[in-house]
Design a protein around this ligand. Sequence first.
Ligand code: LRH
Ligand code: MN
Ligand code: MN
Length: 394
Amino acid sequence: MTDPSAATGFSSITDTLDRLAIEVPSWAYGNSGTRFRVFGTPGTPRTVEEKIADAAQVHAHTGLAPSVALHIPWDKTDDYTALREYAEGLGVRLGTVNSNTFQDEAYKFGSLTSADDAVRQQAVDHHLECLEIMGRTGSRDLKIWLADGANYPGQNDLRQRQDTLAESLRTIYDQLDDGQRLVLEYKFFEPAFYSTDVPDWGTSYAHVSALGEKAMVCLDTGHHAPGTNIEFIVAQLLRLGKLGSFDFNSRFYADDDLIVGAADPYQLFRIVVEVIRGGGLDADSEVALMLDQCHNIEEKVPGQIRSVLNVQEMTAKALLLDREALAQAQADNDVLAANQVFMDAFFTDVRSDLAAYREERGLPGDPMAAFRESGYLDRIAADRVGGTQSGWGA
Ligand code: LRH
Ligand code: MN
Ligand code: MN
C-alpha cells in the first residue's frame, strides 16, 4: 500500500508539528456569557484545581496543551507551590499570569494610566503581586490587558495617560526576573468606546520597545477592527522581534472569544503562514501561542479540544505550503500562480494524516470522540455538586 502522507509531504512536517504547544486559559473552563445571560454547565469547576484538572484533559487527549494560563485574582490560592505541584502531577505546567485591573471599583477611570497616584499605585502593586506569584508558579510571562480608556471626547488627557502608562510599566518591568517577560495586549475598543489607552499594535510596540528586551507585544486575534489584515501585523512584529504571544480566538462581530478557527479558518491559516515565515515555530522561538476563549453555550473541555485541534490543523496546512514554488511564482510576478500555490496548501485535507500522526504518538486519532467516550463530563457533573461554580469574573 502506498503511504497516503507521501502525496501531501506530511512526513516532512512532523518534527515542527511535534513542537506545537498551545497554552489554554483557566477561565475557559468557568461559566461565561454575555451581559444578557450566563448559562451554567453541569460540572463547571469550583476551584482553580478543578480548572487545571479540566485543562489536563485537553492535553491528555491531544498532546497539544502542556500549560495553563492563570488569571489573578480569579485563580488566587494560598499556596502556589502546591498548585504548581498539583498541575505537574496531572501532566501540565502553570503558564502565563494574566493581571486584572478591570473589575475593581477603584479602576472605574483607569488603572496603570490613572492620573490619581493612589489608584495608579494600587494597580502597580497588583502587578508586583502577579510577579511574586510567577516566581512561585514558575511562569515566564506576565500578560497585561488594560480596560483603561474613555467613553467621551474630553474625558481624559490622552497624552497624560500615555506618559503615566509608560511610567507604570517601567516600574513593573524593572521588577522582572531574568527569564521573565512582560507582554502587553492591545484592543481597539471595549469597555472604553471612544478611546482606548492601548488600542493597537503600534501603541503596544511603542511601550514595549521603550521598556527593553523583556517586553513584547501580545496579539489577541479578536481585538481588531473587521477587515484588519492580522497576518500583516504578525509579519511586522516578528520582523521587529517583538511578537511575544498570541491570544487565539474567533470573532464574528465584537470581542466574542469564540472558538479559534471557527469564524474564519482561512484567516487562521494565513496567520500561521506568517508565524512560520517569521520563525515563530522554529525550535528556538519564544513566541507563545495561547487561547483566550470562553465557551458560553458549548461544553468547555471539548470546546478547548476542538480549539487546539483547529490550530494544529491550520498549522499542518501552513507547513505544507510549497515555499519554493511560492517564491518562484513571486519572483516571476506570476500573481495567479502564487495565489494558487497558497490556496493549494489551504485546501489540502490533512485530517487523516493528522489522525495517523496522533496514533503514532499514542494519542487518540479522534480526540473529540475519545474525550466523549471517556465519560469525563458525566463524572465531573456528578462529582462537582455544591460550592460555587467559577465563572468569568470569579
Ligand atoms: C478582554 C479579554 C482580554 C484578556 C482577557 C482576560 O478583552 O478578553 O483579551 O486577555 O479578557
Ligand atoms: Mn486576550
Ligand atoms: Mn479579549
